[in-house]
Design a binder for this molecule. Structure first.
Ligand code: 5IU
Length: 263
């Protein structure tokens, strides 16, 4: 069968990248293909949500630039929580500039993303120089890159030939590019890319700003390896409710994976 129809453990053989390997191992160990997107804007709230969902996730996705009281202590505490609960970190930075500029954005500034984030992502619109730039910083640190091949939002221009050209760019940088943010399996049947899919929620079709939701079962069925859930989890009131919701998505995501392997 195609690589993605096999177990997460067996797919380790297809990856040399340390971040990709660590993610596959973590998914298998925790029986979780859930990534929670922690889109909240204070340190205290970020840490509360991460501590609540930590046991249920393989990956935490951040938008570090929305945290109004950001400081280095947040990064220390995030790292401690990642050890306590056993998860990896993905800064959803969506780099989109020329190689020289993304080198600086990835390694410097207030956030120094490369120093703490196992994964980040980039638009393919600038061409392969963006990958070369990010790789020059990230590869020596064992980081992995996801290319934005598709988006979940209504009217996205990332489709068709653009998506295909993005997959081709990934093929040419396989050591660093480990997969895609996408809505479905991409690449040939004999290729193995990690597919991380946002726009996942149970019981909602979307929001008022163009977000479009599918269920965990639907996206895993179409090839997602990791489901990314934001408001569906952190939007619940109270730490206990957030914890329970993360568990619910974890179980849904894992059941869908087991179903897919039977296919
Ligand atoms: N996100 C998307 N769709 C995309 C990409 C990223 O929703 O195509 I690329 C991000 C935006 C947000 C999270 O940080 O994933 C989804 O949050 P909600 O589950 O709250 O909609």
């Amino acid at each position: 069968p195609a690589p993605y129809l096999q177990s997460y453990e067996s797919r380790l053989a297809n990856y040399n990248n340390p971040a990709a390997r660590a993610l596959l191992e973590c998914i298998a160990r925790k029986q979780s293909n859930l990534c929670v997107s922690v889109d909240v804007s204070t340190k205290a709230k970020v840490l509360e949500v991460v501590d609540a969902v930590g046991p249920s996730v393989c990956l935490i996705k951040t938008h570090i630039d929305i945290v109004e009281d950001f400081d280095a202590d947040l990064l220390d505490q995030l790292e401690q929580l990642s050890k306590k609960h056993d998860f990896l970190i993905f800064e959803d930075r969506k780099f989109a500039d020329i190689g020289n500029t993304v080198v600086l954005q990835y390694s410097k500034g207030v956030h120094q993303i490369a120093s703490w984030s196992h994964f980040t992502n980039a638009h393919s619109v600038p061409g392969p120089g963006i990958i070369a730039g990010l790789a020059s910083v990230g590869l020596p640190l064992g980081r992995g890159l996801l290319l934005l091949a598709e988006m979940s939002s209504e009217g996205t221009l990332a489709k068709g030939e653009y998506t295909e050209a993005t997959v081709q760019m990934a093929r040419e940088s396989r050591g660093f590019v480990v997969g895609f943010i996408a809505q479905q399996r991409l690449g040939r049947a004999d290729e193995d890319f990690l597919i991380l899919t946002p726009g996942v929620q149970l019981g909602s079709a979307g929001d008022s700003l163009g977000q479009q939701y599918n269920t965990p079962a639907a996206v895993v069925g179409k090839g997602a390896d990791v489901i990314i859930v934001g408001r569906g989890v952190y939007g619940k009131a109270g730490k206990e409710a957030v914890r329970e919701e993360a568990e619910r998505y974890k179980k849904e995501g894992w059941a869908a994976y087991e179903q897919r392997m039977k296919a």
